[in-house]
Design a protein around this ligand. Structure first.
Ligand SMILES: Nc1ncnc2c1ncn2[C@@H]1O[C@H](COP(=O)(O)OP(=O)(O)OP(=O)(O)O)[C@@H](O)[C@H]1O
Ligand SMILES: [Mg+2]
Length: 504
């Protein structure tokens, strides 16, 4: 990074919300063509810092300099004119429009007062070519994969000549293959002198792609240094403020009776799947995104009806196709889409946590306030949910803390089977460990866990057995002692030849 120009400096940035000092005298800088990681626990202030840079939030005090000159960023338009773009985890695309229309939305090229669609398409193609991306720019973006939609966002940033692109957890919803193309694209941006701010909770990605990193903790700046100057443990220690020795505190329990038995289950994409789980067991269900894992979970939970096959719960056949009954019986599904299915954003933390088991708190038709408060308080503490109080509206929490609320909500329900779909997505290392410890507690009280996850270290670290799905079929089962990343990837990527029946 010698002889490079510092294009952005953020100095002594402060920002507070009611009851929270989100940023306290934070310093951050980036050089031309640099890929700079921004890391920290959930609620550390990463997204807030980026929102201030992008003009989506205003700072309380501090200074921002671009190319050494002081600037005031008081609106997203101002940020854009200064060459700053941010890509949020929730994309800002109009699903019905094509990539070209989305890229130039509000800035359409015109000819004689009319939108010049030909010019628009040509320009869109030019930008995508520059990034080495190929897909139909007319196709509605709702028909593109998440990774392709992300590329449209990046193209949008380039179309306004962004020199600094902030990416807030861009990898969270990508498959391994898509992640490789994102990295290739980021490297292309770097070669073109564009600077990228990269936020992720997956430290291995940071080592692969970033030049430098800045660590925040509780709204404070902790460290900035070249990536070659620090190792994984060093980052974790600075992020969390203490050493974490065992990332995966797996405890083994003697397996009890079968809790879930799935026999020859088919529904849509899911074909002829059979497996079983006993009490005290965590079964990891992995495979590439789109392999059918979430579909399978929905059928077990009763959200979709099976086309054929049988499900037995605690030895009895399940005939219902109603999630309410599933909850009453003791089946929990923690969805991967926390905003869509798991949380009511406008409600308070306490209300969200007690939602699934409200009947337990209701006697004579009114809610017993103190009981409700006690249980949610306990879970807030266990999961270290960072918020001023239980009365905080969930919408105001950091992404990772929202995920913890979803978890707390289900842990309160005294269930026998927990289906966790990507339970630690967007969650920091320290809090992940807390979640694993809670899983141990659930197992100890005899529950069974089906853990759907794409994070192989987590699957390998926490599962007793690992099931691999590939294109709707179950293609393999591995014991925790024989499983390796390579074996799982091989099963997950080669075309399935035969179906597998396991553990019945
Ligand atoms: N609009 C808001 N109103 C109130 N508090 C807020 C608001 N936005 C953020 N906060 C608080 O500011 C703190 C920093 O949040 P921020 O979203 O920046 O964290 P983060 O580092 O991005 O975390 P994560 O890794 O979970 O995404 C948190 O305590 C959060 O609850
Ligand atoms: Mg965030």
């Amino acid at each position: 990074m010698n002889n490079q120009t510092q294009i952005l400096q953020m100095i002594d940035i402060c920002k507070s919300y009611p009851g929270v000092q989100a940023l306290n005298k934070v310093n951050f800088d980036i050089q031309e063509g640099e890929i700079h990681a921004l890391v920290g626990e959930n609620g550390a202030g990463k997204s807030t810092l980026m929102k201030i840079l992008a003009g989506a939030e205003t700072l309380d005090s501090g200074e921002i300099r671009i190319n050494g000159k002081k600037v005031v960023i008081d609106s997203p338009q101002r940020a854009q004119s200064l060459g700053i773009s941010i890509i949020y985890q929730e994309f800002n695309l109009i699903p019905q429009l094509g990539a070209a229309e989305n890229i130039f939305l509000g800035r359409e090229p015109t000819r004689m007062g009319m939108v010049d669609f030909r010019a628009e398409k040509k320009k869109a193609r030019e930008i995508l070519d520059r990034l080495g991306i190929q897909f139909d720019v007319d196709l509605p973006v709702s028909q593109l994969s998440i990774a392709q939609q992300q590329m449209v966002e990046i193209a949008k940033a380039l179309s306004v000549d962004a020199r600094i692109i902030a990416m807030d957890e861009p990898s969270a919803t990508l498959t391994l293959h898509e992640l490789k193309s994102l990295f290739a694209l980021i490297r292309t941006l770097k070669q073109q002198g564009i600077s990228v701010i990269y936020i992720s909770h997956r430290l291995e990605e940071i080592f692969e792609i970033c030049d430098r990193l800045t660590i925040l903790r509780d709204g404070e700046w902790i460290d900035t240094r070249p990536i070659c100057d620090i190792d994984r443990d060093g980052i974790i220690e600075r992020m969390v403020g203490r050493k974490i020795t065992d990332e995966f505190p797996k405890q083994s329990f003697w397996p009890g009776n079968p809790i879930l038995q799935v026999e020859n289950l088919s529904r849509g994409f899911v074909k002829d799947v059979s497996f079983s789980i006993r009490g005290g067991e965590i079964v990891g269900l992995t495979g590439l995104i789109g392999a059918g894992r979430t579909e399978l979970a929905r059928v077990i939970f009763g959200a979709d009806a099976p086309e054929s096959g049988k499900i037995k719960f605690a030895g009895k056949p399940l005939h219902h196709h109603d999630p309410r009954k599933a909850i009453d019986l003791g089946i929990c599904l923690l969805t991967e889409d926390r905003k869509g299915q798991g949380l009511i954003l406008g409600m308070r933390i306490r209300e969200n946590i007690t939602l699934p088991k409200l009947s337990e708190f209701c006697r004579f038709f009114f809610i017993q306030g103190s009981k409700e408060r006690q249980s949610s308080q306990k879970h807030m503490e266990n999961l270290q949910i960072k918020a001023p109080s239980m009365e905080t509206v969930v919408n105001n929490l950091s992404g990772g803390n929202q995920q913890k609320v979803v978890l707390a909500k289900w842990l309160l329900a005294n269930s026998k089977l927990f289906i966790f779909d990507e339970p630690t997505r967007g969650i920091d290392v320290g809090a992940k460990r807390e979640i694993y410890l809670l899983m141990n507690q659930l197992l100890e009280r005899g529950a069974a866990i089906l853990m759907i996850s794409s994070e192989l270290p987590e699957v390998l670290g926490m599962s007793d057995r690992i099931l691999v799905m590939n294109r709707g079929c179950l293609v393999g089962e591995l014991d925790r002692h024989e499983a390796t990343q390579e074996k799982i990837m091989k099963l997950a990527t080669t075309a399935p030849e035969k179906k597998l029946t396991v553990g019945i």
